[in-house]
Write a protein that binds this ligand. Structure first.
Ligand code: KG4
Ligand code: ZN
Length: 338
């Protein structure tokens, strides 16, 4: 059998990432984050694309070096075409096109959301791959979807957020509480030390399998403002309980829809992906679904949940096997659909 080396490149948001894969196995997985956005409390698109331009050459170089692979050994270059920030996508797209052209090897375009799902097909000891059809809940700073996955490339979005993504709900709640950006990991850490039933936030009423998270931030903001009126130290004194209660509410919203989706489709193989699937509470709630609802669950390795290029490389590999290549006229697409 052939040695198929694929280089994956990801630059859709604020992480510049490159990964080298051999026959579905990861040889290197390099991510350069961008600290610059923390002081603005969110990603600043113009700064993100500039940082990608600075990072892309060293990151790709590092990925090849760590994999001990020469660029001449590569069989194809896979890159994130979208969805994401246009300026950020352009950097990875132009770089991938040039490199593929220079090396005279196939160029493969990858949908970022598809990649979050297909990350489950990276060859990895101790991780089972979900059988088709399965349900995938992709939860990140930009997306919240429930997807029915019928095959590698046949995916149907059966539910999604009508406003904010779940990661935004974490990050915006964190802002109200004076936490740094992104706030998800810190809320998660504190939630594990607090009482999830200390405070009650109402869940939004949304039809079908869709989600809404924009109301939650406002509910939290008013709640905090009100409490601080009587006790100026309220946030400091109760921060862990507040975080635990927010997390409890968010997990409730996600699990309600996931249960409904499983019931309606009759599918009990459930996978998660995206940055928020690093969340300890969500991982636990999902795992509990195994005994409660007879689910089999698939939770990716931590480094394949947040934005990374390994997930781009695996889609590149799967498309390479099908001979599904892009040509040099392909353009980045900020609103690319699944
Ligand atoms: O997938 P990702 O790295 O980037 C996007 O494509 O958006 O996701 C980033 C999001 C951020 O909103 C961050 O707060 C959230 O994932 N996040 C978490 C946790 N780790 C990262 N949210 C909750 N709990 C976590 N442990
Ligand atoms: Zn992502």
């Amino acid at each position: 059998s052939q040695n198929i080396y694929i280089l994956g490149i990801e630059s859709s948001c604020d992480d510049t990432a490159a990964s080298v894969m051999l026959n579905g196995k990861i040889l290197s997985n390099v991510v350069a984050g961008q600290k610059i956005h923390a002081e603005y409390g969110g990603v600043v698109p113009e700064l993100a694309s500039r940082a990608h331009q600075q990072n892309i050459v060293p990151v790709v170089h590092q990925a090849l070096k760590m994999a001990n692979v020469n660029k001449e050994q590569l069989k194809a270059i896979a890159f994130t075409r979208g969805p994401g920030l246009m300026g950020s996508l352009l950097v990875g797209t132009s770089f991938a096109k040039s490199l593929a052209y220079g090396l005279n090897i196939p160029l493969i375009d990858v949908n970022h959301m598809q990649a979050h799902i297909l990350a489950h097909f990276i060859e990895e000891d101790g991780f089972n791959k979900p059988p088709f059809p399965f349900l995938a809940m992709t939860i990140s700073g930009g997306h919240t979807q429930i997807v029915k996955v019928k095959s590698y490339f046949e995916m149907e979005v059966i539910g999604e957020t009508i406003d904010d993504a779940v990661g935004e709900a974490y990050d915006k709640s964190g802002k109200v509480l004076g936490l740094g950006y992104p706030a998800g990991p810190e809320i998660d850490k504190r939630a594990q030390l607090g009482n999830p039933k200390a405070f009650k936030f109402t869940k939004p009423k949304v039809d079908g399998l869709n989600f809404s998270f924009s109301g939650l931030k406002t509910a939290i903001l008013y709640f905090i403002q009100n409490e601080v009126k009587t006790n100026p130290n309220f946030i400091e004194e109760r921060l862990n309980d507040i975080c635990a209660s927010i997390q409890y509410t968010i997990i409730g919203i996600l699990m309600d829809k996931l249960k409904k989706a499983s019931k309606e489709t009759g599918i009990k193989h459930i996978a998660i992906g995206g940055g928020v699937s690093a969340n300890s509470g969500i991982r636990k709630a999902l795992k509990d679904g195994e005994s409660k609802f007879g689910w089999t669950t698939y939770i990716p390795k931590f480094e394949y949940t947040t934005d990374n290029a390994a997930m781009i490389a695996i889609v590149g590999y799967l498309k390479y096997l099908e001979g599904d290549y892009a040509n040099q006229s392909i353009a980045a697409s900020a609103r690319l659909k699944l």
